[in-house]
Design a protein around this ligand. Structure first.
Ligand code: BG6
Length: 468
């Protein structure tokens, strides 16, 4: 539908930006921090940066927050490294780690920036992993304890809480991200998924009990799946993939039930988890206040390849290959791609907003969206017009979604500052601020605002009116 006039962005809209602890902080073993699965897996290919130094945000925190304030950010979405707070995941609390996030949060508040805290972004403590990780039901209690510590430490300063970043991607493409061991069987992954669902529900319940005026929600990666054609079999395959990739996670988080199509799929592949008595009551009783979601681009699938034809596993969150008897990932011929082969679909953003709103009727908070590109520093500047175009096109679609009647709380693109990508090093940059380092050579780690920084500043100060 085309409108003659668009609604404006609401007052108090959270124009922000995002990062995660393990990708930006560095200082991987500083001040008592324990190793996470990411540190333990090493998770790098030759010539690709590891996560030991990242953007060294840990040692540049005041400078970085001052830059975020200069850009005019109203919110900053970051994650807390579980291993800074509790180095082995369930033992003693590390005061230096607790103090670091107090410093960060205090500095944000002093600059008028709303902190949005992700409690867990891919970096499970390695010591818990050694005890079975999320496959071990004991990790649920460890997470609830961690959550309660965060609420009592930071609850008086933080209103917006996100439980688990991209739980669906950890299950679907965890090998690419480095959160699960190579060759983990699907039955183990979906058992881990059930435990994460319980852990999230317990954190939501604890948040509402301890902090009655705080707001908490899940933060999956949600991208609507299109059928390749109007062949009913393609439409069915798209519906199946939407259930498996998107609704399975949100139906459990919001409605406290497992999506029936996805559940049948799990039984079909022998991966339905063991659900103990009372588990579904816990899921049902925990009610999120909003849905946070990360969106990069839509997906397109067709009916599954004929039996025996090769299908491979997905190589990352946006490059979906297919699954025997279920669907086949295909390229959408209507969409351009980034330097890294990810399709770009701003209209798919609006479609995704509408689908989420129709299904759940909860306010929506965008916690990631952005363009990974090979940026070049030239005479102290980075001319990233391609990123401005990407962000502008997506912001226009948010305004259309708002006009459609969707309640949108804010937009926090990825990333506030350059950081290390999940598996493609620092060459794949997303930030508004350039960090001067290479894959293995740390250079001087100096910060340079990119052209997109100045452009976004105008967008924010005009509350989305000035997109040019
Ligand atoms: C999201 C993650 O999946 O996408 C981030 O939450 C990640 O951690 C971002 O960095 C972009 O993906 P990538 O693989 O390009 O780093």
């Amino acid at each position: 539908m085309k409108y003659r006039e668009l609604d404006t962005f609401p007052e108090g809209f959270l124009w922000g930006a995002s990062t995660s602890a393990y990708q930006v902080e560095g200082a991987w073993d500083t001040d008592g921090k324990g190793p996470s699965v990411i540190d333990a897996n090493g998770h790098t290919a030759p010539g690709i940066s590891d996560f030991r130094v990242c953007s060294d945000h840990y040692h540049h925190v005041e400078e970085d927050v001052a830059l975020f304030a200069q850009m005019g950010l109203k919110s900053y979405r970051f994650s807390i490294a579980w291993t800074r707070i509790i180095p082995d995941g369930d033992g003693l609390v590390n005061q230096a780690g607790v103090d670091f996030y107090h410093r960060l949060i205090d500095s944000l508040i002093a600059h008028g920036i709303e902190p949005i805290v992700t409690m867990y972004h891919f970096d499970l403590p390695a010591a818990l992993d050694a005890k079975g990780g999320w496959e071990n039901r004991g990790t649920v209690a460890a997470f609830e304890r961690f959550a309660r510590i965060l609420f009592s430490e930071y609850g008086s300063k933080v209103t917006y809480w996100l439980t688990i970043n991209e739980q669906n991607m950890m299950i679907l493409v965890g090998e690419a991200i480095g959160t699960v061991k190579k060759g983990s069987p699907k039955s183990a992954l979906y058992q881990a998924n059930h435990h994460m669902m319980l852990a999230q529900a317990k954190a939501i319940l604890a948040c509402h009990e301890m902090l009655p005026s705080a707001k908490i929600g899940p933060a999956p990666n949600i991208a609507l799946t299109y059928p390749e054609t109007c062949d009913p079999e393609d439409v069915l395959a798209a519906d199946d993939f939407n259930s498996i990739r998107n609704w399975f996670y949100l139906d459990a988080s919001v409605r406290g039930m497992y999506n029936s199509v996805a559940w049948r799929y799990l039984r079909e592949i022998g991966a339905a988890p063991n659900v103990e008595a009372g588990d579904m009551d816990v899921l049902k009783s925990a009610k999120p206040d909003f849905i946070a979601f990360n969106y990069y681009a839509s997906m397109t699938v067709s009916k599954p390849a004929p039996e025996g034809a090769a299908t491979t596993d997905s190589s990352d969150q946006q490059l979906v290959a297919g699954e025997e008897n279920v669907f086949l990932g295909v390229k959408n011929p209507h969409l351009p791609s980034t330097d890294f082969g990810w399709e770009m679909d701003p209209i798919g953003f609006r479609n995704t907003f509408r689908a989420l709103w129709d299904r759940y009727h909860l306010p929506l908070l965008v916690t990631e969206n952005g363009l990974g590109a090979f940026d070049k520093l030239e005479d102290g500047a980075v001319h990233d017009q391609y990123r401005i175009n990407y962000l502008r096109d997506h912001i226009k679609q948010i305004q259309l979604a708002i006009t459609d009647g969707v309640e949108v709380l804010g937009y926090n693109p990825w990333s506030a500052i350059d950081l290390v990508s999940t598996h493609q090093g620092v060459a794949k940059r997303y930030g508004f601020i350039f960090v001067n380092r290479g894959e293995e050579d740390m250079l001087d780690l100096a910060r340079y605002p990119k052209d997109s920084f100045y452009w976004y500043k105008k967008v924010i100060s005009s509350n989305g009116d000035d997109l040019n």
